[in-house]
Design a protein around this ligand. Sequence first.
Ligand code: PCA
Length: 211
Amino acid sequence: MRAMRRRQRTVLVTGFEPFDGAATNPSGLAARALDGRTIAGRRVVGAVLPVTFGDAIAALGAQLRATRPELVICTGLADARGELSIERVAINVDDARIPDNAGARPIDRAIARRGPVGYWSTLPIKSIAAALSRAHVPAAISQTAGTFVCNHVFYGLMRALARRRGVRGGFIHVPPVRRLALATIVDGLAVAIATALRTRRDARIAAGAVS
Ligand code: PCA
């Protein structure tokens, strides 16, 4: 009898290395903690990206080619937030208030010169927020991922996935560990992955902002 070996389907989760003088970055630690786990029958690959404009998207591209995932969740630290922030949209601009880890500080520069103004997350963002609340993990929809390296990678991810039919992806900002324990961040990301894998159509729940 010949053993049939099917390639196990893969989920790619990325986080970032530390930046802005910090010693650690919970997003990178969470991606490492999730690496090698199995969630809903899928193998999770966790990778850590550099906090560098350009190189971060190149490193993500290498991971996409190596892992050929069916789902991608990129994560990064949002130091001022207290909950997991499920990002709605990536925008086509780099505008750095602080230098990246290579010293670059682009101002009002397009990420893709001929690219669209923005890309929507293709994660079921409302369903993920609801599932996190049910799991008692603080979570919210976020209307902007900023204009630093996180938004940059989010835009690069969605631009890459626009050419890959059926592969979904998006971005989740995580709070600092002084506001939420790393174990809770990791559990929350696992809930987000499981929810994205089982949800085809996003829930219709109001989570807009009135400014
Ligand atoms: N957070 C930064 C970049 C890397 C990270 O973890 C951001 O929000 O852009």
